[in-house]
Design a protein around this ligand. Sequence first.
Ligand SMILES: *Cc1c(COP(=O)(O)O)cnc(C)c1O
Length: 414
Amino acid sequence: MAESLAIHGGPKVKTTPFGTGKRFGEEELKELREALEQDTLFYHYGEKVKGFLKKFNEMYGVRYSVAASSGTAAIHVALGAAGVTAGDEVITSPITDQGTVIGILYQNAIPVFADVLPDTYNLDPASIEARITKRTKAIVAVHLAGNPCDMDAIMAIARKHRLKVIEDCAQSYMSVYKGRLVGTIGDYGCFSTNDFKHISTGDGGMVTVNSGDEQDYAIVHAFADKNYERFDTKVSRDIHHLAPNYRMTELQGAVGIAQLDKLAWICDTRKAYGAMLTEGLAGTPGIVPPAVTEDSESTYWFYLFRLDTNLLNATVDAFVAALNAEGIPCIRGYIPQPVYLQPMFQKKEAYPGTNYPFSLSDVSYERGICPNAEAVLQTSVRMGISEFYTPDDIRDMATAIRKVAAFFRKAEES
Ligand SMILES: *Cc1c(COP(=O)(O)O)cnc(C)c1O
């Protein structure tokens, strides 16, 4: 007999509060005080943004990176530096944050969505290759929820077709693919320090310059700063092409220095908790835990598992409601629908009153273009993972999922 569900008046699985903790403390305050005492908050005059990037570069083993005002800004900067311009196509994942595509459209380029793999939810290299056209200029590979994309396959396709590769690492700090940190494999790696990411500076972002080339670095650096070339005491304000002001302030840099000291612990804890949850769910009929890419380590920004509704007498919404009643917060999917089903893409209208730049391409955003992505979002449950949770919290999450799955399990046919 299956146990009585809490949603039906039975006992709840989760009877103790989830672990909590403070992300900011004396370390951040000390850095902020020093930033203010410099009497400048401008990154080029102060030492905090520089110190933040120096530390980040050491952690990532890269020679150069550039700070930006957000993850969205970091991706736009990388696209600009990659030479993405009006009429180009950029291939990316339909399961991502809007921030992945905003820079593409601001460059008047056209986002093209490739399908994902059904088990890792990351870009399927075969689908990327199938969507390459004469217009394709770059690939933005989104490492979803801390799980690395299949970078060997993506880099091979990019080399074959001479495309730039930008890694969207907003959700994947310290994630490892075949012994390498994601964000150091493509041409550029983009990170976000918005308040919901592994580390926070309120808002902010970084772009790694993986060529290690000084000229490449100068281009990335300028694109985040109105195309001013600001090196040492020389400043060139000759503007040949358009670029935004996406500068990071000294206050963000200061908080970032202290946050980077916590990053390894945050990522190690999340890595362990994600693996523990997957282990706790193994062999549960109807539950499909997320697959980590081969030879990779995920740092679990969130935990998205799928339901096999052939084995369960429940809709995803009913499953989520039952889990919530057990005291386990979760929601259906990650985003409600693939990015291309948003009205902006359905109407092909990014700038009000015009279909430009979509009109330059015959790209399709019809329902059905990425069937795996649509199915993943319709059949998945998203659980938050926090470094402040305790191992008991993770055990309770797994127990509750197994309890709800057992209740809804279809009778075996004989
Ligand atoms: C958060 C996020 C972004 C955008 O970062 P912001 O700092 O919010 O602009 C881009 N891509 C992905 C995958 C994200 O999760």
